[in-house]
Design a protein. Structure first.
Length: 143
Protein backbone atom coordinates (compact mmCIF):
# COMPACT_ATOMS: atom_id res chain seq x y z
CA UNK A 1 0.00 0.00 0.00
CA UNK A 2 1.37 3.41 -0.96
CA UNK A 3 2.01 6.25 1.49
CA UNK A 4 -0.60 8.32 -0.32
CA UNK A 5 -3.25 5.62 0.08
CA UNK A 6 -2.42 5.18 3.78
CA UNK A 7 -2.69 8.95 4.29
CA UNK A 8 -6.11 9.03 2.59
CA UNK A 9 -7.39 6.15 4.69
CA UNK A 10 -5.98 7.77 7.84
CA UNK A 11 -7.74 11.02 6.95
CA UNK A 12 -11.08 9.27 6.61
CA UNK A 13 -10.74 7.53 9.99
CA UNK A 14 -9.59 10.73 11.68
CA UNK A 15 -12.51 12.66 10.21
CA UNK A 16 -15.03 10.27 11.76
CA UNK A 17 -13.06 10.13 15.01
CA UNK A 18 -13.24 13.94 15.15
CA UNK A 19 -17.04 13.84 14.74
CA UNK A 20 -17.25 11.35 17.62
CA UNK A 21 -15.03 13.63 19.74
CA UNK A 22 -17.36 16.57 19.07
CA UNK A 23 -20.33 14.49 20.24
CA UNK A 24 -18.42 13.60 23.42
CA UNK A 25 -17.67 17.31 23.85
CA UNK A 26 -21.40 18.11 23.75
CA UNK A 27 -21.97 15.44 26.40
CA UNK A 28 -19.24 16.91 28.61
CA UNK A 29 -20.79 20.37 28.27
CA UNK A 30 -24.12 18.92 29.38
CA UNK A 31 -22.37 17.23 32.28
CA UNK A 32 -21.02 20.62 33.33
CA UNK A 33 -24.50 22.15 33.17
CA UNK A 34 -26.44 19.36 34.88
CA UNK A 35 -23.90 17.62 37.13
CA UNK A 36 -22.08 20.66 38.48
CA UNK A 37 -19.85 23.41 37.16
CA UNK A 38 -16.74 21.56 38.34
CA UNK A 39 -17.23 19.25 35.34
CA UNK A 40 -16.59 22.10 32.89
CA UNK A 41 -12.86 21.60 33.40
CA UNK A 42 -13.20 18.18 31.75
CA UNK A 43 -15.13 19.81 28.90
CA UNK A 44 -12.40 22.43 28.43
CA UNK A 45 -9.50 19.96 28.61
CA UNK A 46 -11.14 17.51 26.21
CA UNK A 47 -11.65 20.28 23.66
CA UNK A 48 -7.99 21.24 23.75
CA UNK A 49 -6.97 17.59 23.45
CA UNK A 50 -8.91 16.43 20.40
CA UNK A 51 -8.37 19.66 18.48
CA UNK A 52 -4.96 18.32 17.51
CA UNK A 53 -6.66 15.78 15.24
CA UNK A 54 -7.29 18.64 12.81
CA UNK A 55 -3.56 19.23 12.34
CA UNK A 56 -3.00 15.54 11.60
CA UNK A 57 -5.91 15.62 9.13
CA UNK A 58 -4.36 18.54 7.23
CA UNK A 59 -1.03 16.69 7.07
CA UNK A 60 -2.76 13.48 5.90
CA UNK A 61 -4.67 15.40 3.22
CA UNK A 62 -1.47 16.96 1.89
CA UNK A 63 0.51 13.70 2.00
CA UNK A 64 -2.42 11.89 0.38
CA UNK A 65 -2.63 14.50 -2.38
CA UNK A 66 -6.29 14.96 -1.64
CA UNK A 67 -8.39 17.78 -3.13
CA UNK A 68 -8.00 21.30 -1.75
CA UNK A 69 -11.21 21.07 0.25
CA UNK A 70 -9.80 18.10 2.16
CA UNK A 71 -7.07 20.20 3.76
CA UNK A 72 -8.83 23.59 3.67
CA UNK A 73 -11.95 22.45 5.51
CA UNK A 74 -10.05 21.28 8.62
CA UNK A 75 -8.23 24.63 8.59
CA UNK A 76 -11.61 26.33 8.67
CA UNK A 77 -12.67 24.15 11.59
CA UNK A 78 -9.43 25.15 13.35
CA UNK A 79 -10.55 28.78 13.07
CA UNK A 80 -13.94 27.88 14.56
CA UNK A 81 -12.13 25.92 17.27
CA UNK A 82 -9.97 28.91 18.18
CA UNK A 83 -13.07 31.10 18.19
CA UNK A 84 -14.54 28.85 20.91
CA UNK A 85 -11.91 30.02 23.41
CA UNK A 86 -12.38 33.65 22.38
CA UNK A 87 -16.13 33.41 22.92
CA UNK A 88 -15.66 31.94 26.41
CA UNK A 89 -13.32 34.81 27.29
CA UNK A 90 -16.25 37.22 26.79
CA UNK A 91 -18.41 35.53 29.46
CA UNK A 92 -18.05 38.34 32.05
CA UNK A 93 -17.68 41.44 29.86
CA UNK A 94 -20.04 40.53 27.02
CA UNK A 95 -22.24 37.55 27.88
CA UNK A 96 -24.35 38.06 24.73
CA UNK A 97 -21.25 37.38 22.65
CA UNK A 98 -20.16 34.49 24.88
CA UNK A 99 -23.59 32.95 24.33
CA UNK A 100 -22.51 32.26 20.74
CA UNK A 101 -20.21 29.52 22.11
CA UNK A 102 -22.81 26.72 21.70
CA UNK A 103 -23.89 28.11 18.32
CA UNK A 104 -20.27 27.93 17.16
CA UNK A 105 -20.13 24.37 18.54
CA UNK A 106 -23.02 23.44 16.26
CA UNK A 107 -21.09 24.98 13.34
CA UNK A 108 -18.05 22.88 14.29
CA UNK A 109 -20.19 19.74 14.42
CA UNK A 110 -21.85 20.52 11.08
CA UNK A 111 -18.54 21.24 9.36
CA UNK A 112 -16.87 18.16 10.83
CA UNK A 113 -19.78 15.95 9.75
CA UNK A 114 -19.55 17.37 6.22
CA UNK A 115 -15.80 16.67 6.20
CA UNK A 116 -16.31 13.09 7.40
CA UNK A 117 -19.06 12.41 4.86
CA UNK A 118 -16.97 13.93 2.07
CA UNK A 119 -13.87 11.98 3.06
CA UNK A 120 -14.99 8.83 1.22
CA UNK A 121 -15.14 10.69 -2.10
CA UNK A 122 -11.91 12.52 -1.35
CA UNK A 123 -10.25 9.20 -0.53
CA UNK A 124 -11.14 8.04 -4.05
CA UNK A 125 -9.88 11.35 -5.47
CA UNK A 126 -13.26 12.77 -6.44
CA UNK A 127 -15.21 15.78 -5.30
CA UNK A 128 -18.24 14.83 -3.19
CA UNK A 129 -21.54 14.92 -5.07
CA UNK A 130 -24.07 17.57 -4.20
CA UNK A 131 -27.80 16.94 -4.23
CA UNK A 132 -28.31 19.07 -7.35
CA UNK A 133 -25.54 17.39 -9.35
CA UNK A 134 -26.65 13.91 -8.25
CA UNK A 135 -30.19 14.48 -9.54
CA UNK A 136 -29.18 15.97 -12.90
CA UNK A 137 -28.63 13.52 -15.73
CA UNK A 138 -25.15 13.15 -17.11
CA UNK A 139 -24.55 14.90 -20.48
CA UNK A 140 -24.67 11.56 -22.34
CA UNK A 141 -27.99 10.68 -20.67
CA UNK A 142 -29.66 14.01 -21.54
CA UNK A 143 -30.11 13.26 -25.23
Amino acid sequence: MSVSRIARLTYRWLAWLFVACVVVQFFLAGLGVFAGASNFELHRNWGYTFGYLLIVMVIAALVGRMPRAAWAAPLGVMVLFALQSVLVAFRTDAPMIAALHPVNAVAIFTASLWIARSSAAWQRGRAPETRSSASEPAPSEAS
